[in-house]
Design a protein around this ligand. Structure first.
Ligand SMILES: [Cu+2]
Length: 125
């Protein structure tokens, strides 16, 4: 009888621990994600040139830059437009992505985009 009660208590204990772990995982998944992107910018590239994110993510760009460049997204029909001047050796900025889709980013200094200084941000649901 005592062994049975102990087994039941052990079972409930394990069930409790399992529930607690699942609850913690669930809370982790609900948290907004901050994605750090360490990027290099120069003549005439962004590295990496493809970035993947999920709707709701906050993207933190840390750009090591060489030369005068800009980081531009101009997609007003997808509700995302911004322009950052990269005049310093290091620039940091962040923004949140709320709309799924593929967004082009580029440097708008004359001739840089056509020379290859561009990339894409892919935001998935
Ligand atoms: Cu440029």
């Amino acid at each position: 009888m005592k062994v049975k009660i102990n087994l039941i208590l052990l079972f409930l204990f394990i069930l409790g621990i399992g529930g607690f772990i699942l609850f913690q995982k669930y809370q982790e998944l609900q948290k907004p994600r901050i994605i750090k992107i360490n990027m290099k910018s120069g003549d005439f590239f962004f590295d990496p040139s493809t970035i993947r994110a999920k709707v709701g993510d906050t993207l933190e760009f840390n750009i090591t830059n060489d030369g005068y460049h800009t980081f531009v997204i101009y997609e007003p029909q997808k509700y995302l437009s911004l322009k950052k001047e990269l005049s310093e050796k290091f620039e940091s900025f962040s923004f949140k992505v709320d709309t799924p889709g593929t967004f082009e980013f580029f440097c708008d200094v004359s001739g840089h985009k056509s020379s290859g200084q561009k990339g894409r941000l892919i935001v998935e649901k």
